[in-house]
Design a protein around this ligand. Structure first.
Ligand code: NAG
Ligand code: NAG
Ligand code: NAG
Length: 299
């Protein structure tokens, strides 16, 4: 029993040191802007050669980032809104010949649809004489799935988009924050011959993409058995998450992991299986309710 706890104690100590180190950085961090609830976050992607799929560099050998294609719905390149969950459409009005070839690269993952999001909004004021803060970006790869045929392709056009914020000491409804990480992936890629979420595509067709966007208040995924009860950043926040400090976060994750893998998991594996512990077991209760914990909490 001693053996598994030794590395945990070490990790806790390292965690505490990191917290101490980050507090000195915090003073500087606080002067940097963070996204307000609902603030637009523009998606930029690597410009790639449609012939080779390779990324294109500028004269200074920097990767060239260009806006995501313009969506017919908004007449703007794709953007997400900080903390806002829900369904979102982006129809690319016409798939050009070069874009069609790029889609072939994306679907084969020879060259992924590599995009990025600014972790913070641009600063409003720049102090004279001070070096302006360089925008930092988090990667967002759209794992687009589909199948290629000789004359056409099938694309799974519905994608889930998961966006994480960096942890904060206090979390409020409609909170502001900073981006931590993100991912996006096509759903149900194997049902590509049926259903509206799969599109048969030839050059010149529109490409109707749809996104289910969900937000998480920390880099962690919602935890099992109600420890973090998350109903989206616009939703209801429970008392247990309000005073949610960084230290208890680090300690909690470790202790929960040890408890889970040491005790809960083996018990479940013996018992009814993991399925009952997943958020899906509570049922999908519509848009914007995160994982459906809200419904369960009301019951
Ligand atoms: C992407 O790179 C190609 C090839 O260099 C160039 O023709 C095109 O204008 C670039 N796209 C954008 C949006 O700048
Ligand atoms: C997205 O498009 C689908 C299919 O055209 C439509 O049924 C749905 O209402 C649209 N959703 C939004 C949020 O516009
Ligand atoms: C784009 O939007 C316009 C006007 O909103 C509409 O007439 C047109 O059919 C749309 N095109 C596609 C490909 O959805």
């Amino acid at each position: 029993m001693l053996l598994p706890w030794a590395p945990v104690a070490l990790l806790l100590a390292t965690g505490a040191l990191e917290v101490a180190a980050t507090t000195t950085e915090l003073a500087h961090e606080n002067t940097l802007p963070s996204y307000h609830y609902g603030a637009p976050i523009r998606v930029e992607c690597m410009n790639r050669s449609s012939e080779t799929g390779e990324h294109i560099e500028d004269a200074a050998h920097q990767i060239q980032w260009i806006p995501f294609p313009v969506c017919n719905e908004t007449s703007q390149p794709l953007e997400f809104h900080y903390g806002i969950e829900g369904e979102q459409n982006c129809t690319i009005p016409m798939v050009s010949d070069p874009f069609f070839h790029l889609l072939e690269f994306y679907i084969h993952s020879d060259a992924p649809l590599s995009c990025r999001l600014p972790s913070r909004p641009p600063p409003h004021v720049t102090t004279v004489g001070e070096k302006p803060h360089e925008t930092e970006y988090i990667p967002l790869v759209f794992a687009l799935a589909g199948t290629l045929q000789l004359s056409h392709m099938h694309i799974s056009t519905h994608m889930n988009v998961l966006l994480h914020s960096t942890p904060k000491h206090h979390i409020h409804v409609h909170d502001s924050g900073v981006l931590d990480s993100a991912t996006a992936y096509s759903t149900s890629p194997l049902t590509h011959m049926e259903g509206s979420a799969t599109r048969r595509l030839v050059i010149g067709d529109p490409l109707p993409l749809s996104f289910s966007v969900r937000w998480f208040p920390t880099p962690a995924l919602p935890k099992i058995e109600g420890k973090v009860e998350w109903a989206g950043m616009g939703g209801h926040i429970y008392a247990s998450t309000v005073f949610y400090s960084l230290v208890s976060f680090i300690a909690g994750v470790l202790v929960a992991a040890v408890y889970f893998f040491g005790s809960v998991l083996p018990r479940r594996l013996r018992g009814r299986g993991l399925g009952g512990a997943t958020p899906l077991a509570y049922g999908l209760n519509g848009v914007g309710n995160g994982w459906g914990y809200q419904k369960r909490a009301i019951d």
